[in-house]
Design a protein around this ligand. Structure first.
Ligand SMILES: NC(=O)C1=CN([C@@H]2O[C@H](COP(=O)(O)OP(=O)(O)OC[C@H]3O[C@@H](n4cnc5c(N)ncnc54)[C@H](O)[C@@H]3O)[C@@H](O)[C@H]2O)C=CC1
Ligand SMILES: O=C(O)[C@@H]1CCC=N1
Length: 261
């Protein structure tokens, strides 16, 4: 599959790394446009302008949302002949993408960083996309992890807040678990190592298990034991659930503002 990538930074290069590793895309079939050269997976071609020659199968948009209009002004004419535009920008919906880049079928996606390992989530919103366009997008996204289509814009936005931002929240949790360890007497380096290994093992276990996270928590917590004492704090009325409800609500609110442009 031939790709042009307009903007290939943290998120797009995580996708590119996995596309190259999985073989769904060959490095020689990718052309990246970045503002400045940066280290890219597979040493793919990188320039300030799109290449001459025929349009690719897919144009991938990986710039910041605030850079959409500026990038469209520069690249719109070259992109017009491409069949598909796949955006990872938080905010712009397919209609806004098509206004910026008329011509291709516009697909709005929200990936997350673990796609780099093939363990990510890609939420997709393109309710009017024809079936062939959906099939191409599915083929491209399949190696990245869980791929979920949302025809409903509000559900797509909610999923994006959870999965797109979620890795950062979990990274914070790892740090918070380590900070809790330090507060009860561990040295910081050991606390960080123990917290990370605990989260990694527990995440792998819940992913592999047929038991729910709640059932697994109960399997850890002996009645009247240490874990139950800790869970009682997390489960307080003002504990972890309301904290994460507020966290996701804040991300979703900001996403809605960005969608308005
Ligand atoms: N970082 C993440 O975890 C996620 C990011 N996103 C979305 O991905 C997009 C990119 O985010 P990051 O990769 O974190 O940003 P980044 O700043 O690392 O990458 C943006 C890239 O775009 C290039 N660029 C800027 N203006 C350009 C232009 N006019 N023409 C060509 N290239 C241009 C820059 O040189 C840079 O390499 C954003 O729209 C964000 O909403 C979506 C989901 C998760
Ligand atoms: O923070 C952001 O706006 C982007 C979208 C989701 C993750 N990063």
């Amino acid at each position: 599959m031939r790709l042009w990538m307009i903007g290939c930074g943290n998120m797009a290069s995580a996708m590119l790394r996995r596309w190259l590793e999985s073989g769904v895309v060959a490095a020689t079939d990718v052309d990246v446009v970045n503002r400045h050269d940066r280290a890219l997976p597979g040493d793919v071609r990188q320039a300030r302008t799109l290449p001459d020659g025929p349009a690719p199968d897919v144009v991938v948009l990986g710039i910041k949302p605030q850079q959409l209009d500026e990038a469209a002004a520069v690249h719109r004419e070259r992109v017009r002949a491409a069949p598909l535009l796949v955006s990872m920008l938080a905010g712009p919906d397919p209609a806004r993408l098509s206004t910026a880049f008329p011509g291709p079928v516009a697909i709005q996606t929200m990936p997350n960083l673990p796609v780099e390992l093939g363990r990510g989530v890609v939420a997709i919103h393109a309710p009017d996309a024809p079936v062939e366009a959906r099939a191409t997008v599915d083929r491209l996204m399949a190696p990245l992890g869980l791929v979920e289509w949302f025809d409903d814009a509000a559900r797509f936005a909610a999923a994006g807040a959870l999965s797109g931002c979620g890795p950062a929240f979990l990274f914070r949790f790892v740090d918070a678990l380590a900070a809790g360890g330090v507060a009860i007497g561990l040295d910081p380096a050991q606390a960080a190592a123990v917290a990370l290994a605990t989260v990694e093992g527990a995440a792998a276990m819940v992913a592999a298990s047929e038991r729910s996270p709640g059932a697994l928590a109960d399997a850890v917590a002996s009645p009247g034991g240490m874990t139950r004492a800790g869970l009682n704090v997390l489960d307080e009325a003002a504990g972890l659930v309301p904290l994460l409800e507020r966290t996701l609500a804040a991300s979703a609110k900001r996403g809605a503002e960005m969608a308005k442009g």
